[in-house]
Design a protein around this ligand. Structure first.
Ligand SMILES: *Cc1c(COP(=O)(O)O)cnc(C)c1O
Length: 245
């Protein structure tokens, strides 16, 4: 069996589990899209995944994406899912059409300025630290309204939703309250600001089915699709990310 059909088979299995989780929650399977998290994998893996039907890919580091994306098949929509530093906004906007990890007004100001100069129209999500874990990036729920208000005043930026990372634990059920809380915050802020916030980016390989039951529209999947990540660290100055082995 070729590798391509292996990938297609894995993807079908994941899609079937997502469909079952949707059925359980009374949702339609087409409300959920997979973002293939290709960090640490090369363009060959992206090509296989593209051929198997994945259309959106996530990377967590701008500098890794900067060499990889130009080497990849054309067509995918690229999402930045990792922390973005203000001094990397310019390359980030060249590479990514969606940024999941906006966590301050200062970062938004920079995105708006660069987008204006370069004629880009990025889509953004606010990253919310729902669990309150000190080790997590993201806005506290108390800080978010100010950032939403700022985003709504930006001409070049479209705010379409919220993203969160659940604390890692082997029992995915323990992440359920985090996902439910993000959905609740979405509902609260959507009505407070009179806006739609359709996207909820939540759920990774270990907890995506619970996230789907709780309303995820984008699940960010690496390991379950591509296997364990090779240990490979471009740019030692980048902070160690908690999901790396
Ligand atoms: C790496 C990463 C993922 C994917 O993690 P898996 O457990 O391999 O599915 C999802 N979201 C973010 C922000 C990541 O950095």
């Amino acid at each position: 069996m070729s590798e391509t059909s292996d990938m297609a088979e894995i993807l079908q299995g994941v899609q079937a589990r997502i469909a079952a989780a949707c059925a359980k929650a009374g949702r339609k399977p087409d409300e959920v899209e997979i973002i293939g998290v290709s960090k640490t994998f090369g363009p060959d893996v992206v090509r296989e995944a593209w051929e198997a039907g994945i259309r959106r890919f996530g990377e967590n580091k701008v500098q890794e994406a900067a060499w990889k994306i130009p080497e990849c098949v054309g067509g995918p929509e690229w999402h930045l899912i990792g922390h973005l530093q203000r001094n990397k906004v310019r390359p980030a906007l060249d590479l990514f059409s969606v940024i999941h990890s906006v966590d301050s007004v200062r970062l938004l100001e920079q995105i708006e300025r660069v987008a204006d100069e370069c004629g880009q129209r990025p889509e953004i999500l606010l990253e919310v630290n729902v669990s309150g874990e000190a080790s997590k990036s993201g806005l506290s729920p108390a800080q978010a309204p100010e950032v939403i208000e700022y985003a709504l005043g930006c001409r070049n930026i479209t705010l379409t939703g919220l993203m969160t990372l659940a604390p890692f634990c082997p029992d995915a059920e323990l992440a359920r309250p985090v996902f439910a809380k993000l959905r609740g915050l979405r509902e609260r802020w959507a009505s407070q600001f009179g806006i739609g916030l359709p996207n909820l980016s939540m759920g990774m390989s270990n907890d995506y089915l619970v996230a789907v039951e709780e309303g995820a529209t984008w699940v960010r999947l690496g390991t379950v699709l591509f296997g364990h990540r090779p240990k490979w660290k471009p740019g030692a100055e980048e902070a160690e990310e908690r999901w790396e082995p």
